[in-house]
Design a protein around this ligand. Structure first.
Ligand code: ATP
Ligand code: MG
Length: 398
């Protein structure tokens, strides 16, 4: 069986000073988890890189899985080889021949990176030695050297323990490895925005659990099914995620029937935040995440956002706050949630939404409204009926 070396690069971890080892270990653990279904893969940390040993026939599948792992800047499939000019040139020649019909004006270059400083040649000398051997063999077939506009780049990394040669690079998600920054709880609805905000926190090193406030009594099971599918898609970027489903119909009905109509949305949202706060504490999460963006809808004016977040002491992260809808949609398409988010659901506007929602909530009026219904009792009751879904267990859902 032919073995290939996966060369996995990371970027931001390098900036972390003394914590660097903690971030690297977390990334190694996440990579092992992402590749857990492949037998016999070995993952090692060497200075500034992570290396994987994989069978040739599963190397490409591994790379695809690694493009879902936050913290990885890029991945190459390479071969470990002796740092010998002739051997590397021979490999380069066969790779060029594999990829191209060497005939019409193919431009190439060699790029060496040398982290083993005791190696007796500089990177430039190495480029020259390997490059001239390849030219000797293929110049007559139309090959030329072009450092700035090469069609084919043969890369060589000479490390302290081994030398790796490769001709490919696939970009990763970058950011930080999930788990290195702790856990947060995301308010996940079936819309376009909140899956994107959930993803954003994952790439900042957080494991993100989600909570959905469900009103299936009035809106049917469709919203629930959609959110479960979205949560499952998002969990591919981290693993180990949970989705909490909170029955919300009694709270919504009570607000609708007892409070001022114009305040409804902000009152719903205050209840969501309060419940999310309790769930976050119970599950070791250090912040809430929402898909709100200033001015997107009436409930997301500066005044209304403040009137909502003041019900919790916890940090509220709103990674989309300065983004417009177009940017959010591009992100949703990239992470694979957009098509599910735009599936049509029954509209709750007619039943629960006010005709003229306030854009300038005053906290004292919201508090007066909250005296008109037994929110503490309803909240306690909702918390006894939370469904917890372990997203790793749902392999068949998506
Ligand atoms: P999205 O914001 O995901 O596109 P939306 O537009 O239906 O969904 P908004 O009315 O914009 O939601 O709500 C703002 C934010 O409040 C959402 O991004 C989400 O974080 C949270 N939220 C709203 N409804 C729910 C719900 N039923 N369950 C969980 N979170 C919710
Ligand atoms: Mg929205």
């Amino acid at each position: 069986m032919e073995i290939r070396t996966l060369l996995i690069r990371y970027d931001e971890i390098g900036l972390k000073g003394k914590n660097r080892r903690h971030f690297e270990n977390q990334l190694v653990q996440n990579i092992r988890y992402a590749l857990r279904d492949f037998q016999g893969i070995k993952i090692d940390k060497i200075h500034g890189r992570i290396l994987g040993r994989v069978n040739l026939d599963c190397a490409k599948k591994c790379v695809t899985l690694l493009t879902f792992v936050p913290g990885i800047a890029s991945i190459s499939i390479g071969r470990s080889i002796e740092p010998d000019f002739d051997k590397i040139a021979e490999l380069g020649i066969s790779l060029i021949k594999d990829k191209f019909q060497v005939s019409d004006a193919l431009k190439f270059c060699v790029r060496t990176r040398r982290s083993n400083k005791s190696f007796p040649f500089t990177s430039k000398e190495f480029d020259f030695e390997v490059g001239s051997r390849i030219m000797e063999a293929l110049a007559s077939k139309g090959l030329t050297v072009n450092i700035n506009h090469a069609d084919f780049i043969l890369e060589v990394e000479i490390g302290p323990q081994e030398t790796i040669v490769f001709d490919n690079r696939v970009s990763g998600l970058s950011g930080l490895p999930v788990g290195s920054s702790g856990q947060v709880l995301s308010l996940l609805s079936g819309g376009i925005d909140s899956p994107v905000s959930t993803f954003k926190l994952m790439t900042r090193g957080c494991r993100v659990h989600s909570v959905f406030f469900d009103n299936r009594k009035f809106l049917g099971r469709g919203g629930y099914d959609k959110v479960v599918r979205l949560a499952k898609i998002l969990n591919r970027y981290q693993g180990g995620g949970k989705l909490f489903v909170v029955p919300f119909q009694d709270i919504q009905v009570s607000i609708r029937d007892n409070c001022h109509e114009m305040n409804r949305i902000v009152l719903y949202r205050r209840m969501m935040y309060r419940i999310a706060h309790v769930l976050a504490e119970l599950n070791n999460c250090n912040g809430l995440v929402t898909g709100e963006s200033v001015g997107q809808v009436a409930s997301q004016t500066l005044k209304n956002l403040a009137a909502v977040s003041c019900v919790t002491q916890m940090s509220v992260f709103r990674p989309l706050i300065g983004m417009n809808k177009h940017e959010i949609i591009l992100n949703a398409k990239k992470i694979g949630t957009y098509d599910v988010s735009i599936e049509v659901q029954p509209d709750c506007c007619s039943v629960f939404m006010p005709i003229n929602p306030t854009t300038r909530s005053k906290i004292k009026y919201l508090e007066l409204d909250e005296k008109l219904f037994p929110w503490e009792e309803l909240m306690a009751h909702a918390l006894t009926a939370v469904e917890t879904i372990n997203l790793d267990d749902l392999n068949s859902v998506v």
